[in-house]
Design a protein around this ligand. Structure first.
Ligand code: SF4
Length: 248
């Protein structure tokens, strides 16, 4: 039997090493980003496909913008993306080292008919002579409120369903944050979130823009406000046609 070692992120990574790697990634992202407005950058081009990572968006319109135009954010957002990437890389490295007898796959792409995505860590360990497949989702948050946790769980279940389609049955899964490791009840969550892939397809098939923000309170601090069509419609302003040319 091979025992798995999973720990909270802050237990195995120091803030110093996270900061060093974050600075490196901020520089790299800025070099590759396209400036599209005042403190607004296009950091990734649109793929036209909704992936499970879209569940990390707190607003449906943010997902539509990402799908149609790519990842757009401000300097603060770039720093936060870079920190997330640094934490992922460093933790994945630690995980492989701490679980040297476990077969570990990092950021491996999953392709299905309906969607594609990348789970942070997929592993296979031996238990009572059987192969047990598991999945780990990393989040660089210190605290999860109910809404955020629900969205992350949907992301995990999307990967579970997608892997199932490729012939891999995930038997255990963990949501790992800065201070917590949560073992997830996969079967119950599968029942609860059985429509997650359909939800992703609904983003892809959505026509036009919602006339109202799903939660106007989120708009107050949203960096996408200057280019958000829904916000513009809601406030009776003009639309964001300028973004399409920035993304050509
Ligand atoms: S401005 Fe409001 S509606 Fe638009 S993406 Fe941001 S939170 Fe969503």
């Amino acid at each position: 039997m091979v025992k798995l070692v999973v720990k909270p992120i802050a237990d195995v990574l120091s803030e110093d090493e996270i900061r060093r790697k974050t600075d490196e990634y901020v520089g790299e992202m800025l070099r590759n980003a396209q400036v599209i407005g005042d403190d607004l950058f296009l950091v990734d081009k649109a793929t036209g496909r909704a992936t499970p990572s879209f569940f990390s968006n707190d607003c449906f319109v943010k997902s539509l913008i990402k799908l149609r135009f790519g990842t757009i954010t401000n300097m603060e957002g770039i720093k936060s993306l870079a920190r997330g990437r640094a934490i992922h890389d460093l933790y994945q490295e630690w995980f492989k080292f701490a679980n040297s007898r476990v077969h570990v796959e990092i950021e491996s792409g999953i392709e299905t008919v309906d969607t594609s995505g990348r789970a942070d860590i997929i592993y296979m360990r031996e238990f009572d002579g059987e192969e047990v497949w598991g999945l780990i989702e990393l989040k660089s948050s210190w605290n999860l409120n109910e809404d955020r946790e629900r969205r992350y769980l949907k992301q995990v279940i999307s990967y579970v369903l997608m892997l199932e389609e490729t012939g891999i049955t995930i038997r255990e899964a963990y949501l790992v944050t800065m201070r917590d490791v949560k073992s997830l009840p996969i079967n119950r969550l599968r029942r609860e979130y059985q429509n997650v892939i359909m939800e992703l397809k609904a983003i892809e098939n959505y026509q036009g823009w919602p006339m109202e923000p799903p939660d106007p309170l989120l708009c107050v601090r949203c960096e996408l406000k200057p280019i958000c069509n829904t916000y513009a419609i809601y406030r009776g302003n003009k639309s964001m046609t300028s973004i399409s040319s920035a993304n050509d």
